[in-house]
Design a protein around this ligand. Structure first.
Ligand code: NAD
Length: 299
């Protein structure tokens, strides 16, 4: 197999295991994170070399991958006189896997193109479990031939690859998915709370819904009611999983993206407010399925 020299920037909950899977596939991985703790954790994994800075990590890299929290982190990493785009040679392939604003993704991709650097936005779905198992879905925006260059790298970290269109289309598609997820989780919690208030067993109600028309990932995999699914965050105090604050960020990006094109997303806007209320109630750091606690004190 052809191995590639890859710089991996951002070794958090998602980036850490993604970098490890690249190394397992035989690629040379030089990695960096602003957090010494994240670097120390990644350094314990075979095959991942920690660089002293982002600039040192990208030195000699054919491909640069970033997995950072939000738009401002991505823009400050790549743009400006001190940004990486000013340092990378033309011909480098840059892949940003963070979930960020489509407008921000476009701005960075245009700056890259002006320097002869190919860029893809490739946010992911599948969560930390998918990152560790190498089963992520990559939701890609950019040129088709650039995606073909990146395909072996995506295959080392994931299972499904979707080309959504030109630069920033990956981010738009990711926001569409997460907006649907946020609404479905909130209404699934409401349905279970309504049933429980009538004395129904939430487990049997969930089992019925899982084979009926109300079925979804929220009923079958990440059920928001404690005790229904042993491995769901709800059954371990809403810890682990996908944080309320990350869902809140994604719904905020969906609202911004809707305003940019005059799209109407009444349920998406309502859901953003529900997750904001859940944060105000002190559950920002918990799994987003804890949103059910807004409507029931039994959950
Ligand atoms: P995280 O906060 O665990 O990790 C982000 C890391 O980026 C941190 O370790 C931080 O120190 C580092 N960082 C920030 N700026 C940096 C810079 N300039 N250089 C190097 N490192 C820098 O976040 P995460 O859970 O890994 O999520 C990353 C992205 O993936 C987010 O955009 C998130 O929305 C998205 N995402 C997360 C999940 C999930 O389940 N956690 C699922 C799908 C998508």
């Amino acid at each position: 197999m052809i191995t590639t020299r890859i710089a991996f920037l951002g070794l958090g909950n998602m980036g850490g295991p993604m970098a490890v899977n690249l190394a397992k596939a035989g690629h040379g991985v030089a990695a960096y994170d602003l957090s010494a703790e994240a670097c120390a954790k990644a350094a314990q994994q075979p095959g991942v070399t920690i660089a002293p800075s982002a600039a040192a990590a990208v030195d000699g890299a054919q491909i640069v991958i970033s997995m950072l929290p939000a738009s401002r982190h991505v823009e400050s990493l790549y743009l400006g006189d001190e940004g990486l785009l000013a340092k990378l040679p033309a011909g480098t392939l840059v892949i940003d896997c963070s979930t960020i604003a489509p407008a921000s993704a476009l701005k960075v991709a245009q700056a890259a193109a002006a320097r002869g650097i190919a860029m893809l936005d490739a946010p992911v779905s599948g969560g930390t479990a998918g990152a560790a198992a190498g089963t992520l879905t990559f939701i890609v925006g950019g040129e088709a031939d650039v995606l073909e260059r990146a395909r072996p790298v995506f295959q080392a970290m994931g299972k499904n690859i979707f080309h959504m269109g030109a630069s920033s289309a990956g981010q738009v598609a990711k926001l569409c998915n997460n907006m649907a997820l946020g609404v479905i989780m909130a209404v699934t919690g409401e349905a279970l709370a309504l049933g429980a208030a009538h004395g129904l067993d939430a487990k049997v109600l969930s089992q019925m819904m899982a084979v009926s028309t109300g079925r979804s990932w929220a009923t079958e995999v990440c059920n928001p009611w404690p005790g229904v699914l042993e491995n769901a965050p709800a059954s371990r105090g809403y810890t682990g999983g996908f944080g309320n604050d990350l869902m809140l960020k994604d719904l905020g990006l969906a609202v911004e993206a809707a305003m940019g094109v005059g799209a109407t997303i009444p349920l998406g806007e309502l859901a953003r407010n529900l997750y904001a209320l859940n944060k105000q109630a002190g559950r920002g750091g918990l799994d987003f399925s804890s949103v059910v606690q807004l409507v029931s004190d039994k959950a």
